[in-house]
Design a binder for this molecule. Structure first.
Ligand SMILES: Nc1ncnc2c1ncn2[C@@H]1O[C@H](COP(=O)(O)OP(=O)(O)OP(=O)(O)O)[C@@H](O)[C@H]1O
Length: 337
């Protein structure tokens, strides 16, 4: 049995224009100890997916369908008090911009002690010792326990957030854009720290990012989101080298470190669909160079390899699509039919 399994999960926000379906029929699995990367453009539903799993949706958001099974329980059915014992101890999270994750009026030490004592029998002194050990592990030093968040640099704050997420050794960590907003050197340091700590603890992790190179570097498996749907998922190497969805092909073309010919980056023309009134068929059709009439119908989720699926009518033609999608004119003028 997988550690985490999402079945047909959909999430909506109530908006002035009507319900906005930010996550639509997502199926995915995560095994213990595995790192799953979720990538996609801004607005495709990545953060909503994270908040759905963690039960952190804002007041106008709600899960409208599906099940999220974690270690034998359906997370969508947990009560508030059940969530209090699950959060941090079993599922923790690292969010973008540590200043939002830390409480500015409490010292770093006080924030650790509160979380540790809520989930363990540790005395205050024991919790402080554990907190100090964690700070040392993330390369800050226990001397900073008495500091307030604003007394630390951005990189140090993010290290504190990583240490907090790992303090109770949870089996699952969800990280949403953990390196966004940091300078390039610090980004690399934080990414390495997360990887080292994750492999030491053996926790499973979902890492959400718009930066496909982050996923290529750390994730065992990768899910690609477009317009609220998971359009392709599989082992990272398969998803990037044997992409079966034209959107994944377009995304990898646009990334210098992944493209075959970094001198000629091709970006995908057009914009993602409006999620209040999404198209009926394939959500990517309007931007897809390989679109046909069939794409006006909802595409099936097809298996294209071992634990590798794509939501496209034409997965059987993926090899040709990959070849043609590496040419700029395919995206600007459409593919040969
Ligand atoms: N609180 C909210 N109320 C209404 N709509 C929302 C709310 N939060 C997000 N949305 C909408 O839901 C869709 C998905 O947004 P989400 O933030 O999940 O995407 P994302 O891929 O994480 O993007 P980004 O990387 O920019 O955060 C977008 O259309 C967004 O405008």
């Amino acid at each position: 049995m997988s550690l985490l399994e999402l079945r047909d999960v959909s999430t909506e926000y109530e908006t002035d224009d009507g319900p906005l379906r930010a996550v639509e029929s997502v199926d995915m699995e995560l095994e213990a100890g595995e790192i799953l990367g979720i990538v996609g453009e801004s607005g495709c539903g990545k953060t909503t997916l994270m908040k759905t799993i963690l039960n952190l949706l804002p007041g106008n958001g709600r899960v409208v369908g599906g099940e999220i099974e974690f270690d034998g329980r359906d997370l969508t059915q947990l009560s508030k008090s059940e969530w209090q014992s699950v959060r941090w101890a079993e599922i923790s999270y690292i969010i973008q911009n540590a200043m939002n994750a830390l409480d500015p009026v409490y010292t770093v030490g006080a924030q650790f002690v509160e979380i540790i004592r809520a989930h363990t029998d540790d005395s205050k002194a024991e919790a402080r010792t554990r907190a100090g050990d964690m700070l040392e592990k993330v390369g800050i030093g226990r001397g900073r326990l008495n500091d307030y968040p604003h007394e630390l640099s951005g990189g140090q704050r993010q290290r504190v957030v990583v240490a907090l997420a790992l303090a109770l050794e949870p089996p699952l960590i969800v990280a949403d854009e953990p390196t966004t907003g940091l300078d390039v050197v610090t980004q690399e340091e934080i990414l390495t720290l997360i990887q080292d700590m994750q492999s030491e603890l053996g926790s499973a992790m979902i890492i959400i990012t718009h930066d496909i190179s982050v996923v290529a570097e750390v994730a065992d498996r990768t899910g690609v989101m477009y317009g609220g749907q998971l359009v392709e998922v599989g082992d990272t190497v398969d998803v990037f080298n044997n992409s079966a969805h034209p959107y994944t092909m377009g995304l990898t073309n646009a990334f210098p470190s992944l493209a075959d010919n970094p001198e000629r980056l091709v970006s995908i023309p057009g914009t993602p669909p409006d999620l209040v009134t999404p198209p009926e068929g394939c959500r990517f059709a309007e931007r897809c160079p390989f679109e046909t009439e069939a794409c006006a119908r909802e595409p099936p989720v097809e298996g294209v390899g071992d634990r590798h699926t794509a939501r496209c009518h034409y997965t059987d033609q993926a090899a040709r699509f990959r070849e043609e999608s590496s040419r700029e004119d395919t995206w600007t003028e459409g593919a040969d039919r």
